[in-house]
Design a protein around this ligand. Structure first.
Ligand SMILES: Nc1ncnc2c1ncn2[C@@H]1O[C@H](COP(=O)(O)OP(=O)(O)OP(=O)(O)O)[C@@H](O)[C@H]1O
Ligand SMILES: [Mg+2]
Length: 279
């Protein structure tokens, strides 16, 4: 069911303490990194979060994956409250929402072989695994484009693009409902970016996971997103279908973001010009 809401965020707020000691007359100050953020992510779809550096994209993703706790607001995964889950329910949330980060090497154990890295999360799975966890891991590695020569190698022996493929294989090993990609292709060069994006799209079509895709590069976003939410200063200022947001941006900030992209799709350009936008 691709139209069901998979991940629902409502009025998310995250405040971080600002350095300095609180006194009786001077209460602790806080900085609001995420401010009343709401969005819906549907199964099989990709919602891109875009916005300038420091706008709160990663913090929003971390709240959604329950890597950090909310100050207020709620996240529901398939109707289950992610924000208050504890114990086994929290473990289940963390299985169902997997995160792929920008630097694949930082999250791959340098002392483990690739096969061990992908097999590890499978050992805790109760689902049936034809041929055992090792066979399933090998199938996944094959699926992301690695070959048997690679299985016994260590992370340092791979390129950034290959390492990101390993990170994706590991994330998918546990059968997540939601894949969060936080600048997952940002450090890769353009041709490798395109390969990883194609891979993600193919895997999404097969597995049906919803994807929360964070990127500052709108050229990347247009290749992968079904819908787009634009963030600035902790808030979502505009959200909608990709072609709607890019072709008919309503918010000044979105227009500025788009104006900064040299390689925008010709039909969006034409749509913007028809509406009287200055190039
Ligand atoms: N643990 C933290 N403690 C204090 N402030 C934080 C913390 N994490 C993030 N922030 C602040 O919250 C704001 C939003 O950060 P966030 O990492 O979400 O931005 P971003 O949109 O992902 O930026 P980028 O594009 O650079 O990755 C920033 O001002 C950041 O300094
Ligand atoms: Mg970030």
């Amino acid at each position: 069911m691709s139209d069901a809401i998979l991940l629902q965020a409502r009025d998310l707020v995250k405040q971080f303490p600002v350095a300095g000691t609180a006194t009786l007359l001077r209460p602790a100050r806080t900085f609001t990194a995420v401010d009343a953020v709401s969005f819906d992510l549907h199964a099989g779809k990709t919602l891109a979060l875009v916005g300038e550096s420091g706008s709160g994209k990663s913090t929003t993703a971390r709240l959604a994956a329950r890597l950090i706790d909310v100050t207020s607001g709620s996240v529901h995964l398939d109707g289950q409250d992610v924000t208050t889950a504890t114990g086994a329910a929290l473990n289940e949330v963390r299985r169902q929402v997997q995160v792929v980060f920008q630097d694949p090497f930082s999250s791959l154990n340098p002392r483990h072989t690739v096969e061990r890295i992908v097999t590890a999360p499978l050992r805790y799975q109760k689902r049936p695994m034809p041929g055992g966890s090792r066979a399933v891991a090998r199938t996944l590695l094959d699926r992301v484009g690695l070959n048997p020569d690679h299985y016994g190698r260590y992370p340092a022996q791979f390129s950034g693009g290959q390492a990101q493929r390993i990170g994706i294989a590991r994330a998918l090993a546990v059968g997540p409902r939601v894949l969060v990609c936080d600048e997952a292709v940002s450090a890769l060069d353009v041709s490798v970016q395109a390969q990883i994006i194609t891979l993600l799209r193919d895997l999404q079509r097969e597995e049906g996971f919803g994807c929360l895709f964070i990127a500052h590069d709108l050229a990347v976003v247009r290749q992968i997103a079904t819908s787009v939410a634009v963030m600035t200063a902790g808030r979502i200022v505009e959200a909608g279908d990709r072609d709607e947001v890019f072709g008919n941006p309503r918010h000044d900030y979105t227009r500025k973001l788009l104006a900064a992209v040299p390689r925008i799709r010709p039909e969006w350009e034409a749509a913007r010009r028809r509406r009287g936008a200055v190039a």
